[in-house]
Design a protein around this ligand. Structure first.
Ligand code: NI
Length: 174
């Protein structure tokens, strides 16, 4: 780990099951955390990262589902809240930097509207659909101690966790 990147925490670390607390002070320390989280996410590489995954328990997430050809469209969210969800569901395969190499289909609302504080600390609202909707819901779940594998049957969940353990033992990951 270098100074400008966090280590990403892997299951079954208990910090991933904890609920992060709302941010009260929007200061340079918080912006430094947001910068470092974004750098860590791009380095992984991944499309979303929540504070719990770097061992911090404040309600901060970063995402960018639109990275192609070196173009970046980062979104920083502080204290995000889902304020509307569509009735229409969407099923997509999800993965997670804290559960490396494991993927499964998850059903969530196809569209969500989220209220949050942006990088400048101003209140903003935005609507997300499809991949971006899955991503923002997945990251907000992290802040509530919920992982995508929690939506699976215990049979499927245990199978994924065993596969991860086996891959770690064989040195294929980490
Ligand atoms: Ni995740």
């Amino acid at each position: 780990m270098t100074d400008n990147l966090y280590d990403i925490i892997i299951v079954p670390d208990p910090v991933l099951k904890e609920t992060a607390t709302p941010v009260e002070n929007f200061d340079d320390g918080l912006r430094a955390q947001m910068d470092k989280m974004l750098a860590t996410m791009y380095d992984a590489p991944g499309i979303g990262l929540a504070a719990n995954q770097v061992g911090l328990l404040n309600r901060v997430l970063v995402m960018d589902v639109d990275q192609r050809d070196g173009q970046r469209k980062p979104i920083w969210m502080v204290n995000p809240e889902v304020i509307w969800t569509s009735e229409e569901p969407s099923v997509m395969e999800e993965g997670c930097l804290s559960i490396p190499g494991q993927y499964a289909e998850v059903q969530r609302p196809k569209q969500v509207r989220v209220k949050y504080l942006n990088y400048e600390g101003q209140e903003e609202e935005a609507e997300f659909e499809d991949l971006a909707s899955h991503c923002v819901q997945h990251e907000i779940d992290h802040l509530n101690g919920v992982l995508f594998i929690d939506y699976l049957s215990s049979l499927k969940r245990n199978m994924l966790l065993r596969k991860l353990q086996k891959a770690q033992k064989e040195g294929a990951l980490l």
